[in-house]
Structures are given as C-alpha cells and as structure tokens.
Design a protein. Structure first.
Length: 117
C-alpha cells in the first residue's frame, strides 16, 4: 500500500523511528519553530524545531504549510527542493524516496496529492 504524500515526507524525515526528534516532537514534517508553527499549535521549540501537542496537530500543520501560498502549484520536485533544501539534505534522494513511497512523479503538482493526505 502506498503512503500519502505527507506520510512519505514524514517517513523521510524519520518520524516513524521511535525516539527520533520528529517522533518526540509530534512533528512529522520536522517543521521549524516560528510564527507559522505557533499559529498551528506548536507550543515550543527544541529549540529549532517545533513541538506539537499531538501527532494530528503536527500533520495538520504540515498540510497547512504545503497548502499555503509559498507551496501551492509547485511540482513535487520544486516543493521538496524548498522543503528539504540541498544545503541541508540529499534532496534528490529525498524526492526519489517520497515519489516511490507515495506513487507520484517529481513533475506532479502537489495540490492534488494533498487532497489524499
């Protein structure tokens, strides 16, 4: 069974690994702490990454961020290059894994993938 787009990102971020930072912080997208995270339920940071009160809130924040104006209309490759920039990540591998796990292509527009997430 394929993962949803958001679940695939969470897997790539290490969320499903017990004890990992995204897992401990209920932050499947490893969203940085800031105004956006606070407005979407984050209570504090660790210090860089947001801590959400529960997993559902963490997933909702990730979905809201991808549905926001800075990601709307982007391809998977464009969105993930922004989400997980090459300066900090192996972005090509990240894109390949997410596409494999959720059954999408790098050229797919993320908006339709978020409806299933």
């Amino acid at each position: 069974m394929n993962l949803t787009f958001l679940q695939a990102i969470a897997r790539e971020e290490g969320f499903y690994v017990t004890g990992s930072r995204p897992n401990r912080n209920n932050n499947p997208g490893d969203i940085e702490m800031g105004r956006f995270a606070a407005a979407h339920g984050a209570t504090e940071g660790d210090p860089r990454f947001a801590i959400f009160p529960d997993v559902a809130t963490g997933f909702a924040a990730m979905k809201a961020l991808f549905k926001g104006p800075s990601y709307a209309g982007l391809t998977v490759a464009q969105a993930l290059n922004k989400w997980a920039p090459p300066a900090e990540n192996q972005t090509n591998s990240y894109i390949a894994n997410v596409c494999l796990w959720c059954g999408c292509k790098p050229t797919d527009i993320i908006d339709s993938l978020l409806e299933a997430s």
